[in-house]
Design a protein around this ligand. Structure first.
Ligand code: MN
Length: 482
């Protein structure tokens, strides 16, 4: 394929909404659910009224630092807010407060696996900035909603270190996973709380000079990133193969036609007339602040990965857990209670998830709590209930406020290991099956399995298998003797 002589060069900027209570530069609350009426989360500052002054949200700064630490960045002890000027109706001040020459974080990196290879992508910088509002069109009007205006974002800028679609998609996934587990963002992709701008150009593999790039703007799903990049790379190759030239421009992704389309040409880099915002003093941090934030940061996915692998969980299952922080929270609580990891994982992925899906509940909100599931697995492990009865018990636990031990006691589900009771069942079985006993007597000792099965049946699965086998053997030998 033509692909082989070309190689894409990809750099990515991710905008990520910080999970704060209020906006970046005022105390107006944030519409986290994205269902509020337009312009109900706006105040004088986010509306850009003259005479208002921005005041920096401490929570946003802490989350930006946490993001920087999660991405192995250097946290700058001094950073500066700047005004980035451009005219757009959803930007009432006429400028966006951002950071320019002195961002809060620099020089980070992430490492991840692409197939069997390790890939390292360098992060150039992370800066704090405010989001703009939203324009919509209808009823013969252009309408502006400022609920989003002034919402705190971080922009994470990578170096152009990626050279395949897979490397790019996995990079964004890796960022997403880390920021989600760090609780820096709610990661709501549909709402655009985590969205990528992807710069891509192609060059012949042997060339050192990069081609003209295009920028794919605001792509908010991993699937779309993959499809848009794939399309764009092939589009550029086709143009170059036909002797054409790539236009430097910003392009959007149209999911309906599965194509990228030109949004605006960027013949010259726009002049934003950046200058330090005179209303905001430089942001100064000390080592103590950063150390505290580091100490308070939630555990990162790679650390969870290693911990789970050490418990003997398979690579595939570890990834299944990590796909949802809620799964990790649930199973980790079980592990910490000291249950058997492999058994717990099996129960989690089979019975528990099945019931959860059927009832539309997440594991951490379902009636079978980590304590109860661990107790159930321990009952099986201690030989107090059989695996088969455990499944019945699990169904009862789903609709009962009681734990498995209490239910099992009440309903007589615990394994019976009292020899008198087991012998009674055995006598019953032997009396009912004289022909089989005869077979055993003539040397066909494996018919004992059938007899054991019969004991299980009449005991409704409660007979303790080990004692039953011992007692059965004795009983059959006695039969021989008489
Ligand atoms: Mn930006």
């Amino acid at each position: 394929m033509k692909h082989s002589i070309y190689q894409p060069v990809i750099g990515i900027e991710v905008h990520c909404q910080l999970l704060t209570q209020s906006k970046a530069f005022c105390s107006v609350s944030i519409d986290q659910a994205h269902n509020s009426v337009a312009n109900t989360h706006v105040g004088p500052t986010s509306a850009g009224l003259p005479g208002t002054l921005p005041s920096l949200n401490k929570e946003a700064v802490e989350l930006a630092i946490r993001a920087g630490l999660a991405l192995d960045c250097h946290i700058q002890r001094k950073s500066v807010f700047a005004r980035k000027h451009y005219f757009y109706p959803d930007l009432p001040k006429g400028y966006q407060i951002s950071q320019f020459s002195e961002p809060i974080c620099t020089e980070g990196f992430v490492e991840y696996s692409v197939g069997s290879n390790q890939k390292k992508v360098r992060i150039e910088r992370i800066h704090i900035e405010e989001d703009a509002g939203k324009l919509s069109h209808g009823f013969g009007h252009a309408m502006v909603d400022l609920n989003r205006a002034g919402v705190p974002l971080i922009e994470i800028v990578s170096h152009a270190d990626m050279s395949s679609v897979d490397e790019a998609v996995l990079y964004v996934r890796c960022l997403y996973e880390r920021l989600l587990y760090s609780k820096v963002t709610d990661g709501n992709l549909e709402a655009g709380n985590f969205r990528a701008d992807i710069n891509v150009s192609i060059k012949k593999k042997e060339d050192s000079k990069w081609g003209t790039r295009t920028e794919l703007k605001n792509i908010n799903s991993f699937k779309f990133i993959e499809a848009a990049l794939d399309f764009e790379i092939h589009r550029q190759i086709a143009i170059i193969d036909a002797g054409g030239k790539i236009t430097q421009e910003t392009r959007g992704w149209d999911e309906a036609s599965k194509t990228t389309y030109s949004l605006r040409s960027k013949e010259n880099a726009p002049d934003y007339r950046y200058f330090p915002d005179p209303d905001l003093p430089p942001l100064l941090l000390d080592d103590k602040d950063i150390q505290r934030i580091q100490n308070e940061s939630p555990e990162l996915p790679n650390s969870i990965r290693l911990r789970f692998l050490k418990l003997g969980i398979s690579v595939a299952d570890v990834e299944r857990f990590l796909a949802d922080p809620d799964y990790v929270r649930y199973i980790d609580a079980c592990f910490k209670l000291g249950g058997l990891p492999l058994e717990l994982s099996n129960w989690f992925f089979s019975e528990l998830l099945r019931e959860c899906h059927q009832n539309g509940l997440s594991p951490t909100r379902c009636p079978v709590t980590p304590t109860k599931l661990t107790e159930l697995v321990n009952l099986i492990n201690q030989g107090k209930i059989s695996g088969k009865i455990a499944k019945t018990l699990f169904k009862k636990m789903w609709v009962s406020p009681e734990g498995p031990t209490d239910i099992a006691l009440k309903e007589g589900l615990l394994v019976e290991s009292n020899p008198a009771q087991i012998n009674q069942w055995i006598s019953e079985v032997l009396a009912k099956n004289p022909a089989i006993v005869e077979e055993y007597r003539s040397g066909k000792t494996k018919v004992m399995d059938f007899l054991l099965g019969q004991v299980m049946k009449i005991s409704k699965g409660k007979a303790d298998p080990t004692s039953t086998r011992d007692l059965m053997q004795k009983a059959l030998v006695q039969t021989l003797d008489t």
